[in-house]
Every structure is written in structure tokens, then in C-alpha cells.
Ligand binder design. Sequence first.
Ligand SMILES: Nc1ncnc2c1ncn2[C@@H]1O[C@H](COP(=O)(O)OP(=O)(O)OP(=O)(O)O)[C@@H](O)[C@H]1O
Ligand SMILES: [Mg+2]
Length: 305
Amino acid sequence: MTTVLELKNVTKNIRGRTIIDHLSFSIREGEVFGFLGPNGAGKTTTIRMMVGLMKLSKGDVLICGQSITKDYAKAIKHIGAIVENPELYKFLSGYKNLQQYARMVKGVTKEKIDEVVELVGLTDRIHDKVKTYSLGMRQRLGLAQCLLHDPKVLILDEPTNGLDPAGIREIRDHLKKLTRKKGMAVIVSSHLLSEMELMCDRIAILQKGKLIDIQNVRDEITDENDTYFFQVEQPNEAASVLKEYNLVKKTNGVEVKLAKDEVPGAIELLVMQQVRIYEVKVVTKSLEDRFLEMTGEAKEEVQHA
Ligand SMILES: Nc1ncnc2c1ncn2[C@@H]1O[C@H](COP(=O)(O)OP(=O)(O)OP(=O)(O)O)[C@@H](O)[C@H]1O
Ligand SMILES: [Mg+2]
């Protein structure tokens, strides 16, 4: 899959404090990618740096291969973003707002305006004044506005803030449409796991400016490895036999990340080394368990190691 946006050691120091700490990851064409983290984790700051609203202290952001620090104009043209509230003229109609915006961007046709209006479902109300719009309708107009120049990457900071469940669902459906139909990459942030699980393909978990982990939301549609727990009599030996794999030792066994077709081989290796196996099972954890565990909000689990 094609990478459309890449963070390389993105770091922000403000007055001696490291707000964002060496973030590195890539975002692919056609996916909805989430930044998940509690208040103050650094989601907005990261987004501000990605769209050139804030200078990086260190590192770089590549957008379709172009560097935001070295070649801002070329990099930014691939991006559509709503970071703070969208700039809208309340006394103009939605349509006039889009026309106004289109004047500042090269090559936006009337057809393009109609297309994005239709896409965000505002056709019925587009000629009404924005001051008569509900919050959700303003959000949709903001979305339409940042789609006018056909960006490859759409970045939305907390897009569902203040929306009711129907509005949230709508945004979700729009984002899916954009990625599935147009191959756009979408980056969204939120502090709500439940929402991100429904909206995203992958989620980066941020805490105190650090990347804690990246999770696939729907493991069954990816070829990500599962974690298997091997209950054995000699955990130390098992750990050394399987040391090539990504594993965690427990008092009564080992937890190993494996693809399904690697499991028989792993069992064989253990048996050959006379490790006595009592049980092998897939350890499935909900994303919520994993999130709480990783951000340290779960009850302390007794660690046997
Ligand atoms: N201009 C600034 N000067 C000093 N500190 C800042 C500045 N901007 C952000 N911070 C700090 O950086 C950290 C991350 O803030 P940020 O707004 O990126 O968090 P967030 O993940 O977006 O949180 P929220 O969920 O509340 O929106 C916070 O501790 C914040 O106080
Ligand atoms: Mg924020």
C-alpha cells in the first residue's frame, strides 16, 4: 500500500518541555487513521505540526514524499484540514462560502463545488445562510470546504466534537466514503476509544507526547499476528526456544506473537526441546483493554515474570 504521509521523529519542545517526543509512523492511501489519547496527549500539537501551523523542533513530515519543513507549498497542497473550527462566514450562504474559498484555490470548478456539496449531504440547505445551520451542518460545510482542492490526505482534529450520535455516524460514513471511493487517507483525532474503534482502520495511541502503540482495529481484515499463550512447565526454556519471536514470559508459560500457520512449527520446536505443553490458546483482548493497559489506567495487573 502506498504511504501518503510519513512522520519522522517529529518532536516539539516548548520552553524546555518535550511536548511531542520523536513520533514516527506512516499513513497509507485509503485508510482512516486515528490519533487516540487523553486530554493533553499531544494530538492537536501533532496535527498542527503536520499541517504547518506550528514549527517542528526536530524531525520532518513528508506528504506524498514532499517535506513540510523544506518544501511547504508543495507538501501542503496535498492536505485538507480542519484544525480549529472551520472559518465560515455566517452571513453568507453555504454555497457562497464555498465559492469564496474556491476563489483562493486554483482550479476549483462549479462542478467540483456541486460534487462536494452532494458528498457531504448539504444539497438541500446549501443556499441557506450559515447562521441558520446546526453545528453538524457547519461541520459538514467545513468538510466540503477542505475537500474542494481534492486533497490526498484529510486531517480532522476531533471531528465529532459536539455532534449528536446521528451526526457522529454521518461523519463516519462520509469518511468511509472518501477513503473507499477516492482512496483518500483520513487522519482523525479523539479521546474516545469507542468512537475511534468504529471510525478507524488503525489507531495510534498517544500519551504524554509519545507513541505508545499502533493498533489495527479489525484484526481479521489484516494479516497481523495474533498473540498465543503457551502454558508450559518450563517457561524459561520455552522463552529461549522461541526467542526469535516477539514474546513475553509469564510464570506459567509464554505469550508469543505468531501468524496462525506458525503455530504448529512453534509447538514442534518446543516438543523437540522437551518442553512440556499443557495448553495453547489465542489471547484476544479488546481494544479497550489494550488501550487502558497501555495508557496505564487499568487496574495494575500482577506481573509475573
Ligand atoms: N503553545 C503551547 N505552549 C505550551 N504548551 C503547550 C502549547 N500547546 C500545547 N501545549 C501543551 O502540550 C500538551 C499537548 O497538548 P495538545 O493540545 O496537543 O493535546 P491534545 O491531545 O490535543 O488534548 P485534547 O484532547 O485536550 O485536545 C499539553 O500538555 C499542552 O499543555
Ligand atoms: Mg486537542
